[in-house]
Design a protein around this ligand. Structure first.
Ligand code: BEZ
Ligand code: FE
Length: 289
């Protein structure tokens, strides 16, 4: 096809996909081309804007390394991450809802046995978490592997602290025969997502704040159940209604209750105030293959 104009170009590009022998790739590329062209037509994209877009995506790529994933941050702040989570994680009634994974999970955190303290020097007020992992019939799930990670009192994940020699406020804990798990950590606080890159510029330019409401991340795996990636948010956080990553669900709000100094849930004496969180996670059964 020659003499392509602004109307015929979409069809011309789609025709080039005729020989694509991967049906899923063909579906995805067809839709991508259609929507991309429609977007340019709808906003009547100027040449300067086209170039600004190219430069923005280039800068986003340059900002990525093995610790920083600016493209995931872009996806999170544009709601794409939460859209895919919502589409792909329809759960049966009673099962705990999923939310965004975020960019700060680490592959090999410390692994703990029994009731434990995962703080390992992280700054913050002490928090004792006691939780249960149940199935949708209300039965305990024993031996579940529970991956926990969170920001400290400065709003930073350990991976955001260059040169840190050990992991802090993250780890893998396991449920006992009654589906229970317990650990000490620090009280999560609300924090801004990194703003020193193109995503930060985009948030500023569009009049958006960069804050996530305080939460602890959980990834729970147990044989026979769907993996659950979720958070438990502080129910008193000022950013619940305007989370920059659109991840808040009312079912994921937890009460982080303050206690005066005294006996902690693990029996030892706390000489300063501490917080307690109790939460039940409910896993959905694995989908039959
Ligand atoms: C997080 O909760 O770790 C997170 C999620 C989305 C964007 C940035 C951070
Ligand atoms: Fe987070």
């Amino acid at each position: 096809m020659i003499n392509i104009n602004e109307h015929s170009i979409t069809q011309a590009v789609l025709q080039r996909l005729d020989n694509c022998d991967n049906p899923r790739l063909k579906t995805v590329m067809t839709s991508l081309v259609k929507h991309l062209h429609e977007f340019a037509r709808e906003v009547q994209l100027s040449e300067e804007e086209w170039m600004a877009g190219i430069q923005f995506l280039t800068a986003t790529g340059h900002k990525c390394d093995d610790k920083r994933q600016e493209f995931i941050l872009l996806s999170d702040t544009l709601g794409l991450s939460m859209l895919t989570v919502a589409m792909l994680n329809a759960k049966p009634a009673g099962a705990t809802e999923a939310t965004v994974f975020g960019p700060f999970h680490i592959e090999h955190p410390p692994e703990y046995a029994g009731v434990c303290d995962i703080t390992d020097g992280a700054s913050g007020e002490p928090l004792f978490v006691s939780a249960r992992v149940l199935n949708t019939r209300g039965e305990p799930v024993a031996g579940a592997r529970v991956n926990v990670w969170q920001a400290d009192a400065d709003g930073l994940y350990d991976v955001q602290r260059p040169g840190l020699q050990k992991h802090q406020a993250c780890g893998i804990v396991h449920t006992d025969d009654h589906g229970r798990l317990g650990f000490q950590t620090v009280l999560p606080v609300s924090y801004p997502v990194p703003t020193d890159g193109p995503v930060g510029e985009m948030l500023l330019a569009t009049g958006r704040h960069p804050w996530r409401p305080a939460h602890v991340h959980f990834k729970i795996d147990a044989p026979g159940y769907q993996s659950l990636i979720t958070h438990v948010f502080r129910d008193d956080d000022e950013y619940l209604q305007s989370d920059v990553a659109f991840g808040v669900r009312s079912s994921l709000l937890g009460k982080y209750l303050r206690h005066e100094a005294g006996e902690a849930p693990d029996g030892h004496h706390m000489d300063r105030p501490f917080y307690m969180l109790s939460y039940d996670f409910v896993l959905a059964p694995a989908v039959a293959a």
